[in-house]
Design a protein around this ligand. Sequence first.
Ligand SMILES: NC(=O)c1ccc[n+]([C@@H]2O[C@H](COP(=O)([O-])OP(=O)(O)OC[C@H]3O[C@@H](n4cnc5c(N)ncnc54)[C@H](OP(=O)(O)O)[C@@H]3O)[C@@H](O)[C@H]2O)c1
Length: 268
Amino acid sequence: MKNPGVILVTGATRGIGFALANELVRKAHTVFGTGRKPPAVDQALFSYIPMDLNDERSIRKGIEGILKKSLSIDVLINNAGIGQCGPVEETSIDAAKKVFETNYWGIVRTIQAVLPQMRKAGNGLIVNVSSAAGKIAIPFQAHYCASKFAVEGLTEALYHEVKPYGIRVVLVEPGDVGTSIWEQTDKSAVEKSVYREALQRFLGVKEKEMGTAADSPANVAAQIISIMETRKSPFRNPVARGATFVLAARKLLPDRIFLKLTGGNYKV
Ligand SMILES: NC(=O)c1ccc[n+]([C@@H]2O[C@H](COP(=O)([O-])OP(=O)(O)OC[C@H]3O[C@@H](n4cnc5c(N)ncnc54)[C@H](OP(=O)(O)O)[C@@H]3O)[C@@H](O)[C@H]2O)c1
């Protein structure tokens, strides 16, 4: 990573992206942070760029504006994402597509808009924020998990494609982080669901995971920066409390045992 460099962080208006973008400015980088609405708090140190990841024109306009000001984007951090909650049987295809629109296609669109310049420069870093749920599927969050599994596949293929052009690609897989992503997730399916009881037990576990058990966005931002600064960092990087352990367990345990543990954890 160029030091200092020009860094684009998507989804910087709150949560992990906000902490990350601010910390990168403190480290003397030039940082552009995106979202559909400006940050709700006025402590943003970075330059806010309105960008809707569901809209290709909005992305192209935002990237063109940045390149006019800064001539290059050295680091792209694909962080923006949304949550999802509901059983597979009852979640409409439209609702499922909405999750992919942002979490998967949003990343694809942003990469397509930034890559030509990085490739010409023969240099760059792309950080895709996946999730521990990019490796472990959680009940009642099938489409969120599937979108993150898709991000994992996308990122692995991209790694090979752009390596010859001097572009480094890494995955970040956060565990639970105390942001408002879960609060903002639509849970209206719960009350009418035939899975209501299991869903309610699941929600109880989730509240704890996203509350007192969660790591802080500031810690996670610091871990992501350390990955960015380590030229030889691994391709896959678990971040946030507990993520390394749970992802190692996923790798080592047979499916039969891991599925039993996951089901038990979420009380389904
Ligand atoms: N928090 C966790 O426990 C956790 C765990 C694993 C992975 N992650 C991943 O980490 C990333 C950040 O999550 P977070 O917890 O920090 O979420 P968050 O607090 O809800 O912030 C999400 C950010 O994404 C932006 N965003 C959402 N939809 C967008 C769209 N269509 N176009 C442009 N920007 C959009 C939001 O801004 P606007 O709404 O203004 O557009 C906001 O800035 C996500 O990819 C998430 O899946 C989070």
